[in-house]
Design a protein around this ligand. Structure first.
Ligand code: SF4
Length: 367
């Protein structure tokens, strides 16, 4: 399949019945839909619980009034048009507001809404900001998904970033390797760009987003291979989601496969309390237990992911649990006072997010 066909209306999905399409109209009006025929063909349409179906096809319970649109307070860290700066060494460029398909659980679904002004076409202000902040050594290009755009559109940004001496690592946050691997299989100019700008001393990273082993198709593996061959470094990050990958066997298979193809698992995320995400949420302690069960069954290489919550204050890692307590550590902290802080809280099996832990037992610093 060389040409992947995109669709932005649920009614274009021929596998859904007219009744299903009708029932999903209010959901589609609230949270936009997008998918493509490559990804839809990975779904077993006879199985209403197919994990990839749950990933892209809207569902009525998304309409429950739960969560907020910007659950991680990203607006607070917007420092220039199209740029967020939360951790001192890393800046984030919101390149565009489209993805290869839309994950129903997306924490940035505000970008796809009509009144979004977080992404911009003109990134000159963002580039000037990075130039002026010498502490920025890492730039993450995200959105949306920059890889939806043509290489011709991406290249000028990479050229500008590579001209800034203190920017060492350029990362792409992308789910295109899962949503449309042909983007990587068919585009030689993308590979040439990576060869040119992922240098022995300054690498380009692809932070992939494989959520379930069913996404690791022959085509996806080929796409990943092309990236690695061109000189990119690959990793993987995904949330753990109710009904999609809340399964030890699926996680174990995915971690192993990812490590075999050269994509080390990097982060497992808790689902942010974002509007529309209630059906996908899981208690933190359940995620921790499933993650640990899967991790201990894999090799050291496959089990490298950390379980973190992208909280307003930083990336909070779940280190483990005792009968009574749960241990957290700031893996990354927005404020210097939190760096290296370990926090011990009384367990709360209902907790869906860090803020649901209220009984602090003790806190100390590792540094
Ligand atoms: S690929 Fe990322 S930004 Fe795009 S819809 Fe999925 S979670 Fe959201």
């Amino acid at each position: 399949m060389a040409n992947v066909r995109y669709m932005t209306k649920v009614k274009k999905i021929e596998q859904l019945s007219p009744e299903e399409i009708e029932a999903l109209q209010p959901v589609e009006r609230k949270f936009v839909f997008r998918s493509n025929d490559y990804y839809n063909n990975l779904i077993d349409w006879d199985n209403p619980d197919d994990p990839l179906r749950k990933l892209v096809i809207p569902r009525e319970d998304e309409l429950s009034e739960w969560g907020e649109l910007d659950a991680s307070g990203e607006h607070t860290y917007t420092k220039a048009k199209g740029l967020e700066h939360k951790y001192s060494d890393t800046a984030l460029i919101l390149f565009n507001d489209v993805c290869g398909a839309y994950c129903r659980y997306c924490f940035r679904k505000r970008l796809f809404m009509n009144d979004n002004d977080d992404t911009v076409r003109d990134l000159s202000e963002a580039i000037e900001y990075i130039k002026a902040h010498k502490e920025i050594t890492n730039v993450l290009i995200t959105g949306g998904d920059a890889l939806v755009a043509s290489t011709k559109k991406i290249r000028p940004l990479i050229e500008q970033l590579r001209a800034i001496d203190h920017v060492k690592i350029i990362r792409f946050g992308t789910k295109m390797t899962a949503f449309n691997p042909y983007r990587f299989i068919n585009d030689d100019s993308l590979m040439e760009m990576i060869k040119e700008f992922s240098t022995p001393e300054k690498k380009i990273y692809f932070m992939n987003h494989f959520t379930h082993p069913n996404e690791l198709t022959e085509e996806a593996i080929k796409g990943i291979h092309r990236l690695i061959e061109a000189g990119a470094i690959c990793t993987n990050q995904t949330p753990m989601l109710r009904g999609i990958n809340d399964d030890v066997e699926a996680l174990k298979t995915m971690f192993e496969k990812l490590s075999e193809i050269g994509v080390p698992p990097y982060y497992i995320f808790g689902v942010r309390p974002t509007l529309g995400n209630e059906p996908y949420t899981m208690p933190i302690e359940e995620i921790s237990t499933l993650f640990e069960k899967a991790r201990v069954q894999t090799s050291g290489l496959a089990g490298r992911a950390r379980f973190v919550m992208s909280h307003k204050t930083g990336k909070i890692e779940v280190l483990g649990m005792t009968e009574e307590n749960i241990l957290f550590r700031y893996h990354r902290a927005a404020e210097a006072k939190d760096r290296g802080k370990v926090m011990v809280y009384k367990r709360n099996p209902e907790a869906l997010w860090f803020d649901d832990y209220t009984e602090l037992v003790e806190e100390y610093y590792l540094q």
